[in-house]
Design a protein around this ligand. Structure first.
Ligand code: ADP
Ligand code: MG
Length: 244
């Protein structure tokens, strides 16, 4: 039998305590290229800390992070964030206010000017912001800024996209549409996506797989409808029951 290719992102037994309190407890998950896994759970359960450890901005106490089979964090390895091939997107879009939209999108790109310009134009088209390149972030609506942040994170073709509640700063009215277009673009670009959310309906809408987290642990993993239809326990059922 041929070897299975390594999953794009592999996390094994990641743990982290703050001041003696374990907030991420033995978390394991893997995400294939082109797939979206939603790390779903209530506020405070350890989602952001998990994401930050995968990104390399928070140090795990123990565990392993591999991308395309390469160890990024392990017993003798701790590669810096910029060497991990990950793209990051957070709730506050954190665009550079003094840079144009085009310069924001080009920020993480290396190589010659013409190639950068082509990639910027391609991404602005994908996020439906052709012509917005010379503007500054403050001239854009919240939804437009969110799309610039998506284009910026995807520009260097990250192998893994890590997204922490990327839609929660947006108006309800806009959110569903932006979720759908974001998902289309993520699928086209083909990164492995780990998306953190506390909203079950967002996970149902976007995930290929849901990893349900509670008090630092993953309590259930599966396809959205399996997790929704067969919650592992009463608390999981109650969590999903607020879905609209
Ligand atoms: P979530 O993203 O699911 O809301 P977090 O990962 O942000 O959860 O936080 C999990 C727990 O860890 C929370 O109780 C939070 O207060 C605590 N925590 C997170 N970061 C730190 C830190 N740097 N120092 C101390 N406690 C922290
Ligand atoms: Mg969080």
């Amino acid at each position: 039998m041929p070897d299975q290719p390594a999953p794009r992102l592999e996390v094994q037994s990641l743990s982290r305590a703050f001041a003696g309190r374990t907030v991420v407890d033995d978390v394991s998950l893997s995400v294939a290229a082109g797939q979206v896994t939603c790390l779903l759970g209530p506020s405070g359960c350890g989602k952001s800390t998990t994401l930050r450890m995968i990104a390399g901005v928070e140090r795990p106490d123990s565990g392993l992070v591999r991308i395309d089979g390469q160890v990024m964090f392990g017993p003798a390895v701790n590669r810096p964030p910029e060497a991990r091939g990950v793209g990051l997107m957070f709730q506050d879009f954190a665009l550079f206010p003094h840079l144009t939209v085009a310069a924001n999108v080009a920020f993480g790109l290396t190589g010659d000017r013409a190639a950068k310009d082509r990639r910027v134009a391609e991404l602005l088209e994908k996020v439906n912001l052709t012509g917005f390149g010379p503007k500054h972030p403050h001239q854009l609506s919240g939804g437009e800024q969110q799309r610039v942040a998506l284009a910026r994170a995807l520009a260097p073709r990250p192998r893994v996209m890590l997204m922490d509640e990327p839609f929660s700063g947006l108006d309800n009215r806009l959110r569903d549409g932006i979720r759908d277009t974001t998902l289309d673009i993520l699928k086209e670009e083909g990164a492995a996506v780990l998306l953190v959310t506390h909203e079950p309906d967002e996970a149902m809408r976007m995930a290929d797989e849901i990893a349900l987290m509670r008090r630092g642990r993953i309590v259930q993993k599966g396809a959205p409808y399996n997790v929704y239809n067969a919650p592992v326990d009463r608390a999981a059922a109650a969590f999903f029951s607020d879905i609209n």
